[in-house]
Design a protein around this ligand. Structure first.
Ligand code: ATP
Ligand code: LTN
Length: 334
């Protein structure tokens, strides 16, 4: 609890261009939760270097991601929006948590297995201990809830296990966090292969809608989306492509699959694709306009970055000092 409110923490990596999946599965929920909770939203740039990055590109993408958080509706005066690398407590707590995490636990992580297969030439220790840094992010702020997509559930579980383990040894040092999975948009699938999630690192640009895609590109990608030969618009497992289009439509419009199926009764796939494209453009166009405005006002964001890094450091250090003391580090001379 912070100022009578529960604490919320979430973060995204500044790798690749953000997709509609990132927006509907994560960012959109963040905005809707931001009044109810005391929120920390991080651009997790330290996680990004677990795969090789071009430094200039990473710096630029991190700034774009920060801007996007704000453009999507997160007010940097009400929410603590900051770069992970600006708060050294993340790395310091991660080291301690590393010493309370088992190799066997990390070996089970599916994201590690996927990323190791994808980057076989660079399976570094950071990639392996990625979930420990993520646990540090969350536990550092005594977080109650963590809004993420379903793909991050396993990382949330290991975070809870590490926290419980340390609480059992040292008494209550960490709040045990809960995942918050939004109802709609929890898993948006690739437009070209509806058995895979839409991902910003997908090599096929037609598989993903990027938040910065212009209106024509969005429409073209939806028109090319893979469906099936059934010819009926129903929400069911046998029609994953159509179901994904309905999921997107429902998440954007805030309606249920039943309502959407009724709305498209008797329509062909062309009508559905066009309606989804229009609904998505109706949210992306204002978002892009706001991005451009924010990018033009450099000093506003620079001020927010500085103030929020300080705020994050303050809360991070509170937890960190407590943990350092518990594990037996000597008191710091004043
Ligand atoms: P990468 O391709 O680089 O692994 P990603 O697109 O999977 O990236 P992440 O940075 O791993 O994105 O995720 C950021 C947030 O977006 C997380 O909370 C994640 O759960 C959510 N998310 C990512 N992809 C989707 C998706 N297809 N549907 C719903 N939520 C998603
Ligand atoms: N691993 C997450 C990003 C992430 C995160 C976090 C999410 C890093 N630290 C803390 C929530 C809370 C991802 O790949 N989406």
């Amino acid at each position: 609890m912070l100022d009578g409110k529960k604490v919320l923490f979430s973060g995204m990596q500044a790798t690749g261009n953000l997709t509609l999946g990132n927006y509907l599965g994560a960012l959109k929920n963040w905005v809707s939760l931001s009044d109810e909770y005391e929120c920390f939203y991080s651009v997790v740039d330290m996680h990004s270097i677990t795969v090789r990055q071009d430094p200039a590109v990473l710096r630029k993408r991190a700034r774009t991601l920060y801007t996007l958080y704000v453009a999507a509706g997160l007010d940097p005066e009400k929410n603590c929006i900051y770069y992970q690398s600006h708060v050294s407590g993340h790395a310091e707590l991660a080291w301690i948590l590393n010493c309370f995490t088992y190799m066997g636990e990390l070996n089970r992580m599916t994201q590690f297995k996927d990323k190791a297969a994808k980057h076989a030439d660079n399976i570094n220790a950071g990639l392996f201990t990625y979930p420990v840094l993520m646990a540090a992010d969350i536990l550092l702020y005594q977080t109650d809830v963590v809004p993420v997509g379903i793909d991050q559930m396993q990382h949330l579980e290991i975070t809870r296990d590490i926290a419980e383990r340390m609480n059992n040894i040292y008494g209550d040092i960490f709040t045990i966090p809960e995942a918050y999975i939004g109802k709609a948009g929890a898993k948006i699938m690739s437009l070209q292969d509806p058995s895979k999630k839409m991902s910003k690192s997908d090599e096929n640009p037609n598989a993903s809608i990027y938040l910065m895609d212009d209106a024509d590109t969005v429409m073209r990608k939806f028109k090319r989306a893979v469906t099936d030969s059934e010819g009926q618009i129903l929400y069911r497992d046998e029609q994953p492509g159509v179901r994904n289009l309905l999921d997107i439509y429902c998440a954007v419009r805030g309606i249920s699959p039943d309502e959407a199926v009724k709305e498209f009764a008797g329509c062909g796939y062309g009508v559905l694709k066009e309606a989804v494209g229009e609904a998505v453009n109706a949210i992306l166009q204002p978002l892009q306009k706001r991005m451009a405005e924010l990018e033009a006002d450099k000093s506003y964001l620079d001020g927010a970055i500085r103030a929020n890094a300080e705020k994050a450091r303050y809360y991070a250090n509170k937890t960190l000092r407590k943990v350092q003391k518990k594990v037996g580090f000597p008191e710091r001379p004043r």
